[in-house]
Design a binder for this molecule. Sequence first.
Ligand code: TYM
Length: 341
Amino acid sequence: MTRVFSGVQPTGHLTLGNYLGAMRRWAAVDQHRADSLFCVVDLHALTMDHDPARLRRLSRQTTTLLLASGLDPDVCTVFLQSHVDEHTRLSYLLECVATDGEMRRMIQYKEKAAKERDRGGSVRLSLLTYPVLMAADILAYGADEVPVGEDQAQHVELTRDLAVRFNQRYGHTFVVPRVTLPGVAARVMNLQEPARKMGKSDESGAGVVYLLDEPDAIRKKVMRAVTDSGREVEYDREGRPGVANLLEILAACTGGSPQALAGAYESYGALKKDTAEAVVEVLRPVQARHRELCADPAYVEGVLRDGAQKARAMARPTVDAAYRAIGLLPSVERTELMDVR
Ligand code: TYM
């Protein structure tokens, strides 16, 4: 059976970008057709300046939202990265296969490090090595597919390179995974700055629809979306990024194609109104289920406990195999160690 792995960082409130680019597909498709794992990657949230209490809150909220979006712990595995030591165990081995040049070429590293330096801050070393930990997340489980939004495609490419390199040097150990992207909304853009990705860590939330925004807040944000000075509704990502973004969001929410939808509108106002309503309707059941789950924190805790147990059992054999393959002696009782020698 196909194995699927994906993850989300608890670094901010989840956005419509996370939902349309990744989570919705995990719940609607991936969990039902594959043996799948979905991970709240809390260790990744330590790569930038963070507040421990906020991280704890966001880790719970992110888990609750994954379940609210429809992930069913009876058919998939939902867990926290820090509950399974295999991720960091494997990450170190992969650091010994990756090069610093590869790390420095990662677009997200370049962008985030530059922003941090502009602020006068220092860049954590873990921000540089983060894609290796991400590769470990994926390779530990022998995942065949990694469903993500477009911004993560480069990291999955790197994961493939590391898997191939390790296998060539030390013998076949890892499955070489492939990225899967959604047909539309692979890169949902900020409604105020359509040249920029809609991100959960954006400083101003004006162009970001959060999954837990009230319907009226969603309507306001979509109605105020930046478009351009033209009048015709055309799907042109380069020339009219704001309008194209709205068309993609509408298409992702209603099932049409952005090109076909463009022909159905004569004004930006009508397009915005329908997009706003479509987003409100798509998020309504997620928000309702989130409210129910918040009233039952013990259930969410239980999901994480069981998920970590299942995940550990899946990751352990592959990570142990990687330790042996790279030349590390197995950890055994002294007498057995003599035999190994
Ligand atoms: P993260 O937490 O930034 O985002 C989670 C998922 O949401 C997608 N996404 C978007 N898709 C479309 N439009 C957007 N504006 C948008 N914003 C976010 C992301 O592509 C992602 O699929 N490094 C990863 C987390 C991670 C991971 C992994 C993913 C860690 N280990 C292993 C897959 C496999 C990240 O920061 O995602």
